[in-house]
Design a protein around this ligand. Structure first.
Ligand code: AHG
Ligand code: MN
Ligand code: MN
Length: 333
């Protein structure tokens, strides 16, 4: 008999309030999954005709998924406030003032895939509400290492949910008939070695030299300095690309590039970089931003960007070395 999420949470060592919150968030993911599956039949495809604070066009599903997650987690009663990619400012629930948790989330990751029926997902990060906190952005600006839990759901051929409460990463598959999340990957483990990388190669001309050199060596294959042939995959939804890496290894990169020097990358720290990094580390992988571990980055803004290199340890170590050498070279000039 497979355990369901509720039974797993009871055994996980998480307190009751955290269990309640994660069950509510998983319920929201199941609901979003149903909307995703119905697609055009539910009239949920296309653009919402609005923009978010980051200047991106919002898809109908971005907005619907945001509303579903906010409502279901608020109703759970243990959340004091939430922040989302689709909300300019944090939403503080006045009627839940003393509640113990805060949540940050990306309601729909991989928006450009929605209308073409390719995998997408939802990402969540759970923080403790600091004592006395009840308004503003400040209480959300906690380092990734302080996360109490993280999870993502991937809406692919199967709908899966990967969860951590800091004791490893566990995978569940949604049983569409019963609506229950059943444990299907008790202890996810990212292989340390890999022959697969994931990066949007069309940005190559904008990359910084360590990433350029890293990819050049991968492309050189068996005859090159790495001594092995590499394969490449890019789904264009971080959740789906990182889920593949959680399942069979690989390295996922969205590095800082020269397109907009004011932004240290495309992905967002608080609801993409941090939760995915915690899950990757809990599965034995590593996550780096070119300077330090992503989980150690000191947040300064709710929607701040971060460079991302995560996955199999050996590859992240090669990237660390490439970045360290760059620093040395700059110092010696
Ligand atoms: P979102 O849909 O939440 O804005 O995130 C999309 C992100 C990420 O999921 C993905 O890896 C990346 O954007 C894809 O970027 P490209 O368009 O450069 O492929
Ligand atoms: Mn995203
Ligand atoms: Mn999104």
């Amino acid at each position: 008999m497979r355990r369901d999420l509720e039974a797993w949470l009871k055994d996980s060592g998480a307190g009751e309030d955290l269990q309640t919150l994660l069950l509510a968030a998983a319920g929201a993911c199941a609901k979003i999954s149903a909307l995703v599956r119905a697609g055009e039949l539910a009239g949920v495809l296309g653009s919402a005709g609005t923009g978010n604070v980051q200047g991106e066009v919002q898809k109908t599903l971005d907005v619907l998924a945001n509303d579903v997650m906010l409502k279901m987690c608020r109703d759970a009663g243990v959340l004091a406030g939430a922040a989302s990619e689709e909300e300019d400012e944090p939403v503080w629930f006045g009627d839940r003032a003393g509640a113990p948790y805060l949540m940050l989330f990306d309601p729909l990751d991989g928006s450009s895939n929605i209308d073409v029926n390719v995998s997408i997902g939802t990402i969540i990060s759970v923080l403790e509400r600091p004592d006395g906190a009840g308004s503003g952005v400040g209480p959300f600006l906690q380092k990734g290492r302080q996360q109490k839990a993280a999870a993502y759901s991937v809406y692919g051929p199967q709908t899966q949910l990967i969860v951590t409460v800091g004791k490893g990463a566990t995978g569940f598959t949604l049983d569409a008939e019963s609506g229950r999340w059943l444990e299907t990957a008790p202890k996810m483990a990212i292989p340390e070695a890999t022959r697969e990388f994931s990066i949007n190669m069309s940005n190559m001309r904008h990359w910084e030299s360590p990433v350029m050199l890293y990819i050049r060596d991968c492309l050189a294959g068996k005859q090159g300095p790495r001594g092995k042939d590499f394969n490449m995959r890019w789904v264009a939804a971080m959740v789906a690309d990182v889920h593949r890496i959680m399942s069979r290894g690989g390295v996922f990169m969205y590095p800082r590039d020269a397109r907009d020097p004011s932004k240290p990358g495309k992905l967002r720290l608080m609801y993409e970089g941090n939760p995915m990094s915690l899950l990757v580390e809990q599965a034995g992988g590593a996550a780096f931003n070119g300077i330090e571990d992503i989980l150690d980055v000191e947040p300064t803004e709710l929607h701040q960007r971060v460079a991302v290199m995560m996955g199999s340890k050996e590859e992240v170590d090669v990237l660390r070395k490439a970045h360290a050498e760059k620093v040395d070279a700059a110092v010696s000039v």
